[in-house]
Design a protein. Structure first.
Length: 708
């Protein structure tokens, strides 16, 4: 692949992000899990036939109508209890498939070849690495089965795993030729995978749409030396920002737009034009996959909750309590963000580490399966002593017992990893105890040797690439520790976002701790002035990766920007969200909402300040008089009373006479007789007593009186 063209390609992709086809494809992505289930259920047929494969082609075509879809779905999945829910999900998306294979039917494959196709697709469900995916397809292509070539089977594979298998067809020829990408599908898996990572694309369906649109976009763009616009766009997205403003201005709501703009490197205006249902679905998916973490600060939030702290844990209910250092929500997200970079770096040490993780997972999964079936799992030491595995702990350490002994030993995953890195051939170690102690300290060396021997037998080739889902959290941290800090400045890794709602309600200086320094752009990992600190509990180095973004929301009625810690204020970009009364240019039963809110806020700015106004977002859902009353009862009136601390004279200057039932002078006679309190009672006799009208009694005329 010609990587020198990547800056131009990146600029074209940025242009594509505002294209109508990009928006349509974003919506079509919701079809992939539905089509995956259809393929899985189709493969339950015994035997699978050419009609079944033809049904997949027809259902997944971009011009398939609901009636046609239903007909072929029934043919592939006769069980209506299975097919009907799938059709309902498909109908709810309201769009057709992503591609057309060019064929309408499959006719030529023999029964033997159909069995090969079935096994090929079933194996695709199990594949989770680039290398194994390429090998699977290479072996299938050698079969040279008629009609079922990459243009037919690659969409099926994509639906099975949208992050691993690209869609390749004739519409991509110009795209591949321009980048000098080979035509064979196994090579495309690798090269398109590299493009997906370079362009920070989450799903191959988007890359398919981009490749399809390539000639159109390229023709519309002059052939000049173009800087990488994605990097230009990125510099305008602050790493740390706070959306601030009065209550009801949509700060939390808009944080969703900001988060998607960051993750998809798309102008926020483009995101906002895509429709709330699609945006919220993507946001929820990012939360589910861990790319977005949403939290709320409160008075009890602490450094231990946010960064790390010592927490009590038990192995089982009723068991002894022990204490261990646990990472807080921010450090956990930093780990995931840093791991997304480290996992795409290939060094001999990291290949070695990945191979160990793969083998360890294979072995522990096998051991747990055998023990669940009531079987014993045994190992042999170098001197043929038999060891029995007792259990695999929640921390994924292995508990072992020597034969004819009740004493158990813990074989630590982390220490095993260090030993695996240190010793290639265990049989060549003359003194196991001495050699192992030098690496990991004093432990049961024979138990470690026995487990490590088995794992080395299971280790795959050096090209094996373990997927993120297979790593434990601790293993991710180990891989990060092995990563050269300079690597964090390379490429366009996937981004992660933490949204902190009500960020000013917590003690920010106490919660953030060392992050006051580490959050700065030029102090992030990979920068020339990057910094790390040693954390107080774990005693381990910690830095903030460059692909993690922080979005806070702040209600200025609770606390103004000026009162924030100065050091923190310097490290955040502040984005104002102020009342925009023009957003409410509607008339509710004769009440002009925009004019009414403008009048209220103009008075509040005089009596209070800009921070103590009322946002337009509270009125977005109001469509009748009853809805307006509810907003005033539940939000507007309580907030105004809080603003003025029950000073009803100022409140009256905002709302007017119509919002009060009565105003009367206080009589000294209402007080109990107390000889020493006469003067005080006389003071109150000069005050006025006010009673607000209940919101349910408010009329159209009352609301109109605010601005008339």
């Amino acid at each position: 692949m010609n990587t020198t063209l990547l800056p131009q390609l990146s600029a074209l992709y940025t242009q594509f992000l505002s294209d109508d086809f990009y928006v349509q494809r974003q919506q079509q992505l919701f079809l992939a899990p539905i089509f995956k289930d259809i393929i899985r259920e189709t493969l339950h047929n015994k035997p699978i036939t050419n009609l079944h494969l033809s049904g997949l082609i027809q259902m997944f075509k971009s011009d398939c109508r609901p009636g046609t879809f239903s007909k072929y779905l029934q043919g592939n999945i006769p069980d209506i209890e299975i097919s009907q829910p799938l059709f309902s999900k498909y109908a709810n998306v309201g769009l057709q498939g992503l591609t057309g294979s060019g064929l309408r039917t499959i006719q030529d494959p023999s029964a033997e070849q159909l069995a090969i196709i079935k096994k090929f697709l079933l194996d695709a469900f199990q594949v989770n690495t680039v290398d194994s995916a390429a090998q699977l397809c290479q072996e299938f292509d050698r079969m040279d089965i008629p009609e079922v070539k990459k243009g037919v089977y690659s969409p099926w594979l994509y639906y099975i795993n949208p992050k691993l298998f690209p869609i390749i067809n004739n519409s991509h020829v110009s795209f591949k030729q321009w980048l000098s990408i080979p035509d064979d599908y196994p090579a495309c898996i690798r090269d398109f995978g590299e493009l997906k990572n370079k362009l920070n694309i989450e799903d191959f369906g988007l890359l398919d749409a981009f490749a399809f649109s390539f000639l159109r976009l390229k023709t519309a763009t002059p052939e000049t030396t173009t800087p990488d616009i994605r990097h230009i766009v990125s510099t305008h997205i602050p790493k740390n920002q706070i959306l601030y403003g009065p209550p009801g201005t949509g700060k939390t709501y808009n944080s969703i737009y900001h988060a998607l703009s960051i993750l998809e490197n798309t102008p926020i205006e483009t995101v906002m034009d895509q429709g709330w249902q699609l945006i919220k679905a993507r946001f929820d998916n990012y939360v589910k996959t861990g790319r977005i973490v949403f939290t709320t600060f409160h008075q009890s939030m602490s450094y231990e909750d946010f960064i790390e702290g010592i927490k009590p844990v038990t192995e089982k209910e009723g068991g002894p309590i022990r204490y261990q250092v646990e990472d807080g929500i921010f450090k956990q997200l930093c780990t995931e963000a840093a791991f997304s970079i480290a996992d795409n770096i290939t060094t001999p040490a990291q290949r070695h580490f990945r191979a160990f993780e793969h083998a360890y997972n294979e072995f522990t999964a096998y051991a747990e399966e055998r023990m669940a079936a009531g079987e014993q799992v045994t190992l042999k030491t170098k001197y043929n002593e038999v060891l029995t595995i007792v259990k695999i702990s929640e921390q994924e350490n292995i508990w072992i017992r020597h034969q004819n002994s009740n004493k158990t030993y813990i074989v630590s995953r982390n220490r095993l990893s260090k030993l695996d890195m240190a010793f290639d051939d265990l049989d060549q170690i003359p003194n196991i105890s001495k050699a192992f102690t030098a690496e990991i300290g004093g432990h049961n060396s024979s138990a470690y040797w026995a487990v490590l021997k088995k794992i080395k037998e299971l280790k795959p080739g050096s090209s094996q690439h373990l997927t993120k889902e297979k790593y434990t959290y601790t293993a991710k941290q180990e891989l990060i520790q092995q990563t050269d800090p300079a690597e964090y400045s390379k490429g366009m890794p996937p981004r992660y976002v933490m949204i902190i709602d009500e960020i000013n309600r917590g003690n920010m200086a106490q919660i953030f701790g060392e992050l006051i320094t580490l959050l700065e752009d030029d102090k992030r990992l990979g920068q020339s002035t990057a910094l790390t600190v040693t954390l107080p509990y774990s005693k381990k180095p910690f830095g903030v990766p460059p692909n993690l973004y922080v979005i806070g929301t702040m209600n200025t009625a609770d606390r103004s920007v000026e009162t924030l810690d100065t050091a923190l204020r310097r490290r955040f970009t502040f984005v104002p969200y102020l009342p925009d009364e023009k957003e409410l240019d509607i008339n509710i039963d004769g009440v002009e909402l925009s004019t009414m809110l403008t009048a209220i806020n103009d008075r509040l700015r005089v009596l209070k300040d800009n921070d103590h106004t009322i946002g337009h977002a509270w009125f977005w859902e109001v469509d009748n008089l009853e809805g307006l009353k509810k907003v005033f009862a539940g939000k507007v009136l309580p907030l105004l009373q809080e603003f003025f601390f029950n000073d009803y004279q100022q409140l009256g200057l905002v709302l007017g006479n119509n919002f009060f039932l009565k105003q009367q002078q206080v009589s000294a006679r209402i007080f109990a007789r107390f000889d020493s309190g006469t003067e005080l009672a006389q003071e109150y006799s000069e005050a006025m007593s006010y009673v607000l009208k209940p919101a349910e009694l408010l009329t159209v005329a009352d609301f109109q009186s605010i601005y008339q």
